[in-house]
Write a protein that binds this ligand. Structure first.
Ligand code: GLY
Length: 350
């Protein structure tokens, strides 16, 4: 097992990569937890892993409770958070208990937000079960929910007390959910590490996943350490996400998965960068190549007008411009403010 220490203003925590989720009870004791553990999971994940996880906790003397949410981005709402508050109340949780998120990014984001706001904060642990959650959303403390106006518009920075990553979870993932995570892994290569981009282009076998996760989390950790609250450098993690979130929203969150939308967004960002002569010519084609190799889409039937309309609620919008992430080359991202009217023009060239 490899570990990565994340140091943030609220303290520090460990990302345990290659951990065995069946030893979660032992790990929580090591961390000094006692009393109740409230597992939050979903209808896809809990039936597969919930039993072993609960057994491990019970064996170590924890009083285990669980709440199983409906699976899917469409349930990442304030009303789901409210249902969690109700469940936590009925479970009698106090600030000395622990909440545990078992699932993908949606479960992790909702649980982190509910844990951070219920009783003004109960410690929580992330046990991410998808590649996307393991390399991105479980680390760095961004939590929250979508509103009718856009993705992740309500939320808070709430760092977990521990992240336990078991690559064995990836064995039960469908190819499309794996591809979803690969979109984020490709993003890390594009923004910070051209060697990682080249490795992914060659192809990543199942036995290389643990190293891939380690490399991606290391990049994220280095960026979060510099800019915990997303005021500057951390924005580069959003490469492909500005257009990606708009594409997701246009498709009502069920036409494209997050990773598919980010894949399309990265192609757009490369094309825009090339048009502005910030990104070297040919970069878009290199991105298309690696995305196609990983079963990800590289274009959409959505119109530029639909995408532009959906950009309206982007969090990176500030006044009359959007902080757009472009590539100076494969392996180096830059933040470029683009006037909204200019972006509208640029989208027409796609
Ligand atoms: N997922 C982007 C970030 O954590 O900043």
């Amino acid at each position: 097992m490899k570990t990565i220490q994340v140091r943030v203003s609220s303290g520090a925590y460990t990302v345990n990569i290659g951990a065995d989720y069946k030893l979660i009870g032992h790990r929580l004791r090591e961390l000094g937890c006692s009393g109740k553990v409230s597992i939050v999971s979903d209808t896809n994940v809990f039936p597969i892993y919930g039993g072993d996880l609960s057994d491990s906790l019970e064996k170590k003397g924890f009083e285990v409770h669980y709440t199983i949410l409906d699976a899917g981005e469409e349930y990442k709402t304030l009303s789901t958070v409210e249902s969690l508050y109700k469940a936590f109340h009925l479970q009698g949780l106090t600030r000395s208990d622990t909440i545990l998120a078992l699932g993908g990014g949606v479960v992790g984001d909702i649980t982190g937000f509910a844990a951070g706001t219920y009783l003004r904060g109960i410690p929580y642990v992330q046990v991410p079960t998808t590649l996307l959650a393991q390399i991105d959303s479980s680390v760095g403390g961004k939590t929250g929910v979508d509103t009718g106006d856009g993705k992740n518009l309500v939320g808070m920075f709430n760092q977990p007390m521990d992240v336990l990553i078991d690559p064995a979870f990836l064995d039960t993932l469908s190819l499309s959910i794996r591809a979803d995570g690969m979109a984020e892994a490709i993003k890390y290569g594009l923004i910070r590490d051209d060697g990682l981009y080249k490795r992914i282009l060659r192809g990543i076998d199942q036995d290389e996943m643990e190293t891939l996760i380690y490399d991606c989390v290391s990049i994220k950790n280095a960026i979060v350490a510099q800019d915990e609250f997303d005021q500057g450098e951390r924005m580069i993690l959003n490469f492909g996400h500005t257009i990606g979130h708009a594409v997701e929203k246009c498709g009502n969150y069920n036409l494209y998965t997050h990773g598919q939308a980010v894949a399309i967004g990265m192609v757009y960002a490369a094309a825009i960068g090339e048009k502005l002569q910030i990104t070297p010519a040919g970069t878009k084609d290199r991105i298309v190549q690696v995305l196609q190799k990983n079963g990800l889409p590289t274009e959409t039937t959505l119109t530029p007008e639909q995408i532009f309309e959906a950009l309206g609620s982007d969090k990176k919008k500030s006044g009359s411009h959007i902080q757009f992430i472009l590539l100076e080359r494969v392996g180096k991202a830059v933040i470029v403010p683009i006037e909204t009217y200019k972006l509208k023009e640029l989208l027409q060239f796609m």
